[in-house]
Design a protein around this ligand. Structure first.
Ligand SMILES: NC(=O)c1ccc[n+]([C@@H]2O[C@H](COP(=O)([O-])OP(=O)(O)OC[C@H]3O[C@@H](n4cnc5c(N)ncnc54)[C@H](O)[C@@H]3O)[C@@H](O)[C@H]2O)c1
Length: 351
């Protein structure tokens, strides 16, 4: 019998169960081993439900890391980074939810300890539609002419509709764990706002990095508890041309997910319409509009990135001992850009 990959979990709350655990549970190459959660009852119930073979803990420092092949860390976002650091520095294979860190400094500090695998939660660069567009970008560029402008809009809604079957936490106790450090330039009164946008902003900013659009000059930014807006100039590294771009993030008034990126070319435009990874049946769509031919082509993607795929990635990379950061590329540029947008915003506020 083939040896199974032993996976342990730190944090088995909502996201952990509906997105991650359920796919490890289904994977025939995986043995779910130990659980750590501050909520002991939750840990014990999740252990029973998903057949974990090892013990449960409330202190992750007591887990048997030498017997574990990989650790999956799905805790509240401000708590992720210090826990990641603990496991990376003990030579473990780590998967962690986003954001990877709250600042460039924190990210680099964790990265310093990485000897094995560190996969990070999903960003749009892994979507099949996004990868397709990148692969065909040169062809589209030739067809539609120079790229002038890129707009990314996300109106975040509820993508968990119907997620009822999970073990709900029993206690709501105050968490006193070590938390991420905010960047040193950020005044304390902005911590809440920085925290509110970090996840979705990193998602969006990372797309620009993926398409080799290097943010070089920020013109405008407006950050409130309702939305995040930034207009900037970037260099398209493939042709060294200047592009104007905008990111606008808000929460959806009707709770439906609405996210798209539009690339405006000289002679047409390309739109990617996204769906949430949690809405399994819905797909992404790319619409290519050629103005000179007055022709519209829509491409529907039956397969899109999935949590299942991410689980397979982590397990296979552990099996093959491939310790490079394959899944999330780097992620550093996105954090750096997010910090720079904040720096610009704070400077503007002083005038
Ligand atoms: N809920 C969402 O809408 C959503 C969507 C996408 C991504 N995420 C990300 O997923 C992560 C988890 O979110 P969630 O909604 O599942 O939160 P949650 O509160 O339901 O679960 C987090 C769990 O982590 C446990 N935990 C906290 N500190 C711990 C520690 N030191 N040791 C062990 N366990 C600890 C808590 O007890 C809790 O059970 C967050 O980082 C979030 O950014 C959440």
């Amino acid at each position: 019998m083939k040896k199974k990959i032993k996976i342990s979990f730190v944090g088995v709350g909502f996201m952990s169960q509906i997105a991650h655990l359920v796919n490890y549970f289904k994977n025939k190459n995986v043995e779910l081993f130990e659980i750590c959660d501050l909520d002991e009852n939750l840990a014990n119930n999740v252990k029973k439900k998903f057949n974990f073979t090892g013990k449960t803990f409330t202190d992750f420092k007591k887990m048997s890391i030498n017997e574990t092949d990989g650790v999956v860390i799905i805790v509240q976002r401000k708590l992720i980074s210090p826990i990641v650091k603990y496991f990376l520095s003990r030579n473990c294979n780590v998967f962690s939810e986003k954001p990877h860190a709250y600042s460039v400094k924190e990210y680099l500090n964790n990265k310093k300890y990485q000897k094995k695998l560190w996969l990070k939660g999903f960003t749009r660069r892994h979507d099949h539609a996004v990868k397709y567009l990148k692969k065909n970008f040169k062809k589209i560029n030739n067809q539609l002419g120079k790229l002038n402008t890129v707009m990314h809009n996300a109106s975040a809604g509820n993508s968990y509709l119907g997620a009822k079957h999970y073990v709900k936490p029993f206690i709501k106790k105050e968490i006193k764990s070590k938390i991420s450090k905010f960047p040193s330039f950020l005044p304390k009164k902005y911590f809440k706002l920085y925290d509110a946008h970090i996840n979705s902003a990193i998602h969006s900013v990372d797309l620009f990095d993926f398409f080799k659009l290097n943010i070089n000059k920020i013109f405008y930014s407006e950050i409130s508890n309702k939305s995040f807006l930034c207009t900037f100039n970037c260099t398209y590294l493939k042709s060294n041309s200047n592009i104007t771009a905008q990111i606008f993030l808000s929460s959806s008034p009707n709770k439906l997910w609405d996210e798209k990126t539009i690339f405006y070319f000289e002679r047409g435009q390309v739109t990617i319409e996204y769906n949430s990874p949690l809405l399994k049946k819905k797909s992404h769509k790319i619409i290519i509009f050629d103005k000179s031919k007055n022709k519209k082509v829509s491409i529907l993607f039956k397969n899109k990135w999935s949590f299942d795929e991410q689980v397979k990635d982590f397990v296979n990379l552990i099996k093959k001992k491939q310790y490079k950061n394959i899944n999330s590329q780097d992620g550093l540029v996105a954090i750096k850009d997010f910090e720079n947008i904040w720096k610009f915003y704070l400077k503007k506020k002083k005038y």
